[in-house]
Design a protein. Structure first.
Length: 290
């Protein structure tokens, strides 16, 4: 059986870097969060390993991630690359410590992604794919979706991971254009999605409610299937609305509701992450069903 993997979380020390995405609404995140803080949570939830994500766009972030990657908790690292500048991105790719690096990303918010269509950008992503790395991204606008799909068609070997359900409108209870966006992405076989909740939603969502998640998870389940979905906590950002155990339990129960088959559940709880990120399985590991 696959390991149980939390496919998206962060570590940081608030004094070590600026986090421009953090505002007055994020007081709960104004603290240090490291492996020692997450270890007990993972053990309580029977989680075997994690994928550690970058949270700041700067070279020093990759140096910090390399230190965190020494933790036995971390199976993979999604590092930072200045993807809009292919020459700088290639230089950083060669400079950074490759320890456990399994993917790359840069924070895009709602910025246009027209640069993805440039020939030098396409070649950069071909190189990323050649190195066996995935690309994490959260496209939310129609223009961003179009740009991502065009890149996916140009570099079909690139594994793309859409974080946080592609930002569903949980906070408003809305549906479109999110539903059509995810349906379009699902038509591309190289795209997978994380069943997690991002900071935009957590900031504006009135309160954490599992039942609010269900229709959005059902939609992605219908269009992506278990082999292209993976569970993730987004800790410590999730603390804006729920503690780790409640969030993971609610995500797990939602997955069981949507995917009654245990083999499907195992894919979402680890199998898909292992495949999409090409995570090595330690020889001494004792996989659990979670």
């Amino acid at each position: 059986m696959s390991r149980t993997i939390d496919a998206h979380h962060h570590f940081w020390r608030t004094a070590a870097q600026e986090q421009p995405w953090r505002t007055d609404a994020h007081v709960a995140l104004e603290a240090d969060f490291g492996p020692e803080d997450l270890e007990t949570e993972l053990k309580t939830a029977n989680i075997d390993a994690t994928v550690l994500m970058q949270s700041v766009d700067e070279p020093a972030e990759n140096d910090r991630l390399a230190e965190y990657a020494k933790s036995d908790l971390v199976a993979g690292v999604v590092a930072w690359l200045p993807l809009a500048d292919p020459n700088a991105a290639l230089a950083e790719l060669d400079r950074m410590n490759p320890l456990k690096v399994c993917g790359v990303r840069t924070l895009i918010a709602q910025d246009p992604l027209a640069w993805l269509a440039r020939p030098e950008s396409v070649e950069l992503f071909r190189e990323i794919a050649r190195r066996g790395l995935a690309w994490d991204v959260v496209p939310v606008t129609t223009e961003q979706i179009s740009s991502v799909l065009k890149l996916a068609a140009a570099v079909p070997e690139l594994r793309i991971v859409v974080d946080h359900l592609g930002r569903p409108p949980l906070d408003t209870g809305g549906w479109q254009p999110w539903a059509n966006h995810l349906k379009e992405l699902a038509a591309c076989p190289s795209v997978a999605v994380k069943v997690s909740v991002g900071i935009d939603v957590l900031t504006t969502w009135k309160s954490w409610q599992r039942e609010d998640l269900v229709p959005y998870v059902k939609w992605v389940a219908e269009h992506f299937g278990p082999s292209r979905l993976m569970m993730a906590s987004n800790w410590p950002v999730i603390l804006l609305k729920a503690d780790y155990q409640r969030a993971w339990q609610d995500l797990s129960s939602t997955i069981r509701e949507v995917f009654p088959d245990e083999a499907d559940q195992a894919l979402l709880k680890g199998g898909t992450a292992e495949k999409w990120y090409s995570l090595p399985v330690p020889a001494t590991a004792a996989p659990t069903t979670g």
